[in-house]
Design a protein around this ligand. Structure first.
Ligand code: NAD
Length: 486
């Protein structure tokens, strides 16, 4: 079930007014939804600044969590992450707690909003993976001067986001889906999204599919944004690309979003609390109103959703706009909201609202071991060492420690570039070395006692902070080579 009803048959929605401009824009959007004839069972709950002030470091209290567990649908205003209280963002907490893995960010040219791209017909959706990647937030200082952030990408996560992107395309009657990755550099992590996309694409023969390197995607989005319809991408890439795309159509005041998961959906504007605008009745409520339109479609209120979207476009087309569009001739947030309500039932002359079918949420195997190997063995290990010596000194020391063991030192790299043996690279080395040991006999499986025994000898002479086994899965290396490693 995507949503639930109360005893009176009204669809239940947890509403979080949020911080800064949040309460006023959420109230405006609710007023429009009611005026469009949709009565919902709103359950108002808190999150964000007021909750941090109560001393709850997550920013999300138990009563909000239990309401979401029951309604499965959230309409929220922006939440501030105050510096000096809990350091976790309540937004990220909500997205992660309820595994809303898909961030849907549509942008389209707004009538009457003049930008350098006006007249080009921009109308695209970024489908951003929302819970994995560098945003898992697993970071370590590996030496006093070298930091690491783990980029975790799962096949299951890729499959969910890719299938969701295709289903968004089908629901919106789109013809094309592009997958934007950095698979040319990060072959295992970003490459996993590319491979998953290419494997699933044949299941959607009606869609034209392509892969694009993400930096070229950014370039193309500025040169010829109208060529794109749906772009699916990893979390960090999607974060950056979707802010870029909202800039193309007039800014954050026009950028709605949905965070979709198998169990819960959260609808919110892309923008933050805009504290400078709070309580001044000046903010542009369009992004929140259009997030409300996405909410209504999720609740199968398609007619009301399209009525509101048409009314927003008609109001903009007829010259109603807030200060962020142009100061001269602008109207207040309340007046803009009234202008939208007054145009419910009207259609804009110069733009057409898309027909939407419900998005079919993908169902993937829930098993934690989503991918099972047919065969696997350990062929060596990378040990990461902190040391201020030269590559040759470190290499000679490790060569000596591996003598008469089943392992040999294959190479040492510094920030990914091979520096030992036989390197001509002009690497500006730091005190963080990846030292790769492999089995002398490539046919055997490296047993843990053999690994531990060499590690103990290394640890007696060097400071190590991290170890990674080198696996071969289904006969193929499950690790990458260093730059310059053969
Ligand atoms: P912001 O989006 O609040 O503001 C950025 C700029 O855009 C400001 O100049 C602001 O006035 C303007 N702006 C934003 N929305 C607008 C609108 N609807 N109409 C007109 N102008 C608008 O970003 P920020 O200043 O970096 O962040 C402020 C706070 O919001 C921070 O605490 C941040 O953590 C939080 N935040 C929350 C969310 C969320 O809840 N999803 C998203 C982003 C930022």
């Amino acid at each position: 079930m995507r949503y639930f009803t109360n005893q009176a048959g009204l669809k239940r929605v947890t509403v979080i007014p949020g911080d800064g401009v949040g309460p006023e824009v959420i109230a405006a959007a609710r007023r429009i939804i009611e005026a469009a004839g949709v009565s919902l069972a709103w359950e108002e709950r808190q999150a964000g600044a007021s909750v941090f002030l109560r001393g709850l470091p997550s920013g999300v209290p138990p009563e909000t969590i239990s309401s979401i567990h029951e309604t499965r649908v959230v309409f929220k205003g922006p939440l501030a992450t105050p510096v000096g209280f809990g350091e976790k963002s309540a937004n990220v907490t909500l997205r992660k707690l309820f595994e809303t893995y898909g961030n849907i960010r549509p942008v389209r040219e707004m009538p009457g909003v003049i930008t350098p791209f006006s007249g080009r017909g921009i109308d695209l959706v970024i489908v951003r993976e929302n819970v994995e990647d560098l945003y898992a937030g697993i970071e370590h200082m590996q030496t006093p001067g070298v930091a690491q952030c783990l980029k975790l990408i799962s096949r299951k996560g890729c499959e969910k986001i890719v299938r969701l992107a295709f289903e968004v395309a089908v629901a919106e009657g789109r013809r094309k889906v592009a997958c934007a990755t950095k698979a040319n550099i990060m072959k295992l992590t970003e490459g996993l999204l590319k491979r998953t996309f290419e494997e699933i694409a044949p299941e959607y023969p009606g869609l034209e599919t392509s892969h694009i390197i993400v930096d070229n995607c950014a370039h193309q989005l500025v040169r010829e944004p109208e060529q794109f319809e749906v772009i699916v991408t990893t979390n960090m890439n999607g974060d950056i690309l979707s802010d870029l795309t909202s800039g193309l159509i007039g800014g954050l005041g026009f950028a709605p979003s949905a965070n979709l998961g198998s169990e819960v959906a959260i609808f919110e504007a892309v923008h933050g609390t805009a504290p400078g605008y709070a309580g001044r009745d000046l903010i542009n409520p369009t992004a929140v109103i259009l997030s409300g339109v996405m909410l209504l479609r999720h609740l199968d209120e398609h007619v009301a959703a399209s009525r509101i979207e048409n009314a927003v476009f008609a109001a903009l087309e007829q010259g109603a706009y807030t200060r962020d569009v142009r100061a001269s001739g602008s109207i207040s947030m309340t007046a803009f909201t009234d202008a939208v309500i007054a145009r419910l039932g009207q259609k804009p002359e110069r733009c057409v609202v898309r027909e939407h079918r419900p998005i079919r949420l993908p169902e993937v195997d829930a098993a934690a071991d989503f991918v099972r190997a047919r065969s696997r063995r350990t062929v060596g290990f990378d040990v990461f060492i902190e040391s201020a010596v030269t590559p040759d000194e470190l290499g000679r020391s490790l060569d000596r420690l591996a003598v008469e063991t089943p392992l040999r030192l294959k190479m040492i790299s510094n920030r990914g570039t091979k520096v030992y043996p036989d390197s001509i690279a002009l690497t500006d080395c730091v005190d963080h070395w990846r030292c790769r040991f492999v089995l002398r006999d490539p046919a055997v499986d490296l047993a843990d006692p053999v690994l531990f025994s060499l590690l103990q000898r290394v640890a007696a002479e060097h400071r190590w902070m991290h170890l990674e086994k080198l696996a071969e899965i289904d006969g193929a290396p499950a690790y990458t080579r260093a730059q310059g490693e053969d």
